[in-house]
Design a binder for this molecule. Structure first.
Ligand SMILES: Cc1ncc(COP(=O)(O)O)c(C=O)c1O
Length: 394
């Protein structure tokens, strides 16, 4: 097999070529600031795309989650429920506020928060108290969680939802855009996301007062006065006008990017899906997965291999692959936090972590590069199979 010199990354930035135009505009008008026409346009365009009333561009997705928690008046000692199968950034803002995370297990159909476990946790909280101040629901790897069920359960207990759509811009659920289901939605434009501003995020909500309060908090909470006056603690979370310019051009390409990501997924599925012991993350019914990262499960008994062995084999070929997020309830940072799951001692998130693998899914990856990934995986799995079935091969 021919080795390609260029490293194949998991999800590198993919510029459209139009970004420079908006960056130049910022320079020529001297809007080198964390506000300006690019920021306004980026916010308006994203709100229009996601079909929400208001959007606030911020310095990161994490900052957007933090602001949502502030808007919900989360204080020290409050409880926040959060998906356990996610990147740590979903839950870190809970700690910023001195609140207590409680984690909710995943389910196999979407890999996202299990509505049955959520209901169990809410019933338990309603009985023994306290109810959470918010539920942070993550749409993992570009797949929207079972929002109908999650919304129904949260409404029943009167608990607001923060929808972490950092990875799922462009995904849809029952015809509506991911990120538009929660009381608050957040997006990330970190360098590896489906569109990027190199670093940045967005908070969205249909509530105008909330977005105005978030804008106030994100700019050091400056009171309306003729001098610099502050009655409340604020943050410096605004997105730069230069980076927002990158975002405008990137957002124009979102549909193309989703299509390309999906095409990459279908090629992987077609080439590897028939291998015994490989199962791809399915697309949930009535939804459109943005396939930010193609992810799969490896049956270690059937394939005689492990995610780690595959990652090592791919690394030898200069290909980046990654394990599925380690569930947050297993992280030393959260070792005190409880986990709610359907069956005690049997966590779906743990099984996804133990057997899951994320494959390179960059929209600028060539077909040749993708076949290099595919062939490397095939070689490992077919060789392992041969070794395990043929006693003469060791
Ligand atoms: C699920 C999830 N939530 C939150 C974040 C945080 O976004 P950011 O890196 O922009 O702070 C990320 C990505 O980085 C993420 O993958």
């Amino acid at each position: 097999m021919k080795s390609l010199n260029k490293r194949i990354y998991l999800s590198p930035p993919h510029m459209t070529g139009n970004e420079q135009e908006y960056i130049n505009k910022a320079f020529s008008s001297n809007w080198i600031a964390p506000l300006g026409p690019n920021v306004d346009q980026f916010e308006a365009n994203l709100a229009d795309y996601v079909k929400v009333n208001n959007a606030l561009a911020v310095s990161s997705g994490t900052a957007a989650i933090h602001l949502a928690l502030r808007l919900l008046n989360v204080k020290k000692g409050d409880v926040i429920f959060c998906s356990t199968l996610t990147f740590v950034a979903s839950a870190n803002p809970i700690l910023y506020e001195g609140a207590t995370p409680v984690f909710i297990d995943a389910e196999f159909e979407t890999w996202n928060m299990c509505p049955v476990s959520l209901e169990k946790a809410l019933q338990n909280a309603a009985k023994d108290g306290p109810l959470p101040k918010a539920v942070i629901v993550v749409n993992l790897y570009g797949q929207t969680a079972k929002m109908d069920e999650i919304i129904r359960v949260c409404h029943e207990f009167g608990v607001p939802i923060i929808e972490d759509a950092a990875e799922s811009l462009g995904a849809e659920y029952r015809g509506k855009k991911s990120g538009s289901f929660g009381d608050f939605g957040i997006f990330s434009f970190n360098g590896n996301k489906i569109i990027t501003t190199s670093g940045g995020g967005m908070l969205v909500t249909n509530n105008k007062e909330d977005i105005e309060q978030a804008r106030f908090l994100s700019t050091q909470a400056r009171d309306k006065a003729a001098h610099y006056q502050h009655s409340e603690m604020g943050f410096n979370y605004k997105l730069s006008n230069i980076l927002a310019g990158i975002g405008i051009a990137q957002l124009q390409a979102i549909e193309e990017r989703v299509e390309k990501k999906r095409e990459i997924f279908f090629r992987y599925e077609e080439e590897l899906g028939s291998l015994d012991g490989i199962t791809f993350m399915k697309e949930y019914r009535d939804s459109r997965h943005n396939r930010w990262l193609t992810t799969l499960m490896i049956d270690q008994a059937k394939t005689s291999t492990t995610p780690l062995k595959l990652i090592e084999a791919l690394e030898k070929e200069n290909i980046e692959a990654r394990r599925v997020w380690k569930p947050l309830h297993l992280q030393p940072l959260f070792n005190e936090a409880p986990i709610f799951q359907v069956h005690e001692g049997s966590s779906v998130a743990e099984r996804l972590f133990e057997n899951g693998l994320c494959l390179p899914s960059g929209t600028n990856m060539t077909k040749e590069e993708q076949y290099h990934v595919i062939n490397t995986i095939k070689k490992v799995i077919l060789k392992q199979k041969e070794c395990s079935t043929n006693p003469l091969v060791v």
